[in-house]
Design a protein around this ligand. Structure first.
Ligand code: PLP
Length: 494
């Protein structure tokens, strides 16, 4: 019991108490202070010791359980498990699933209603085509009645796959309907590919920085992750080839257009060479196309799948950024030889994606309402994109580097002289502006000098106001000026 007395939770610290408690216990597990099979104090006892309420302890225990660091015995209590610790010890430097899942926890930024939200790359609710979708939902219910609520086939509702086949043909992908797999969001697609292709200890190569949700999915399979720094036109292919030779990876995960978080796009030449390289070594590529539709100024947004003669590319498409994330709908265009494996993975995951929503989406796409909505989203986002570029030019202090994308919703910045974006975050959030600190997107949780601003959830007024606030803080932080006067800013009405 002695050891728990060393835990000191700080109510004034920005971090939630349950996160602080969870981290302290985790450290004790990983540091062998708590041994396999040790029983954690019961919730009530722990809450008394820590002088917090029961919910705080319950939440901390829940995260530890999700991470496999403890397990519950019904009616008996919560016990320490060293299984995850052993995975970490065995896999060495490249993979640290505990660290990453912790990040996922911490990465959930609390957004108050009146905040200017540059953190979230998801469209705000006022952009959703609710009325049009209501119409197609009602029509499906009238037309299909109870059939809309039966189990749908695992691969997806056939008419939807047909129409998606036509949709991707516009982007140069000619595929058989059989190679289209409906998924409950791109995140599920990434997870299914991980399940189907990766075994414990297999290597995966990713871009650095990368999408946190993908890293977490690979780690959940016990895969070892190698990250390669991105250049302004994509991955360095010489390094990639050396890593492939050295590690014989099963999979390369990339976002060739408007990468998350950097906004970087690969040149056509690089896309072709990358495909050649992976074909040569027999490495599958997962191509995550989460928003190439939002192209404003690029002529180079071809995808890898359209050139995939060797059938090594799994193309994963999300509708979350351009449509409605809560629908949890997406699709994959898969190599024919992965058909069975992916279908089995889908079955063990959720049997099938909601039949009602698939039918409604099919009708929505068929009506052409979709094209109208896409044009609307493009227009809205382009206005925001232009506004952001304008604000960067006008307000961003000298010394801050920015990668300017040609489309998408993300802008990637680097503070000078290793100034920390987490520290900046703590200052800016007090003025009701939030953004995503860069360390969240790195495997090693380092590189805090970077940060991402997204325009998905902010309107034009918020961009102007938010950028003024943010840039003043950056200026005051990196040039050590007097603290700024908070009272003088206009807070937008949301
Ligand atoms: C690059 C990338 N891939 C996949 C996803 C997950 O998308 P979905 O909502 O379709 O699961 C996201 C969500 O933010 C993302 O940024």
């Amino acid at each position: 019991m002695e050891s728990y007395e060393n835990i000191h939770l700080n109510k004034r610290e920005g971090q939630h108490l349950y996160i602080q408690l969870y981290k302290a216990i985790k450290e004790m597990v990983l540091g062998d202070v708590l041994k396999e099979g040790d029983r954690l104090p019961p919730v009530r006892k722990m809450s008394k010791m820590m002088e917090v309420n029961n919910v705080t302890v319950v939440k901390a225990y829940e995260i530890l359980e999700q991470e496999g660091l403890v397990y519950k015995k019904i009616g008996s209590g919560t016990y320490v498990s060293h299984r995850e610790k052993e995975i970490k010890d065995n896999l060495g430097e490249e993979v640290d699933s505990n660290k990453k899942i912790t990040l996922m926890e911490q990465g959930q930024i609390k957004i108050e209603e009146n905040m200017i939200n540059f953190a979230s790359a998801t469209p705000s609710a006022e952009l959703f085509p609710v009325e049009d979708f209501k119409k197609v939902l009602n029509e499906v219910l009238d037309r299909d009645k109870g059939y809309a609520f039966g189990y749908q086939e695992g691969q997806g509702y056939y008419p939807l796959r047909q129409i998606l086949g036509e949709y991707v043909a516009q982007y140069g992908i000619n595929t058989e309907i059989d190679n289209i797999q409906i998924i409950s969001g791109a995140q599920q697609g990434i997870d299914l590919v991980s399940k189907a292709l990766l075994s414990y200890g297999d290597y995966v190569i990713i871009e650095s920085p990368s999408y946190t949700g993908a890293m977490a999915a690979f780690q959940s399979r016990g895969a070892k992750i190698i990250d390669i720094p991105l250049q302004e036109d994509g991955l360095n292919l010489d390094i990639l080839e050396k890593k492939i030779q050295a590690y014989n990876p099963k999979l390369l995960y990339i976002m060739p257009n408007f990468q998350n978080p950097t906004g970087i796009s690969y040149t056509q030449e690089k896309k072709e060479k990358l495909l050649e390289l992976c074909s040569k070594y027999g490495v599958y590529i997962m191509e995550d196309d989460y928003l190439s539709e939002l192209n404003y100024y690029s002529e180079d947004i071809g995808n890898l799948k359209q050139m995939d003669d060797e059938e090594i590319v799994v193309y994963v498409k999300s509708f979350s950024k351009i449509f409605m994330p809560g629908l949890r709908l997406g699709f994959m265009v898969i190599p024919g030889n992965l058909h069975g494996r992916l279908l089995r993975a889908k079955h063990t995951s959720d049997i099938s994606t909601s039949g009602l929503l698939q039918r409604a989406l099919e009708l929505y796409l068929k009506r052409g309402t979709w094209q109208e909505h896409l044009r609307y989203m493009e227009k809205k986002y382009q206005e925001r994109f232009d506004k952001m570029n304008d604000c960067i030019q006008r307000y961003m202090p000298t010394g801050v580097e920015v990668i300017k994308p040609k489309g998408g919703v993300n802008f990637w910045f680097k503070l000078p002289n290793n100034y920390s974006s987490q520290t900046l975050y703590e200052k800016v959030v007090k003025d009701n502006v939030v953004f995503a600190p860069g360390n969240l997107f790195y495997l090693d949780n380092q590189h805090g000098e970077y940060f991402r601003l997204s325009i998905a959830a902010v309107n034009l007024i918020e961009i102007e106001t938010g950028m003024k606030i943010l840039c003043r803080h950056i200026d005051s932080y990196i040039n050590n000026q007097e603290p700024i006067n908070r009272g003088s800013f206009i807070k937008p009405i949301l």
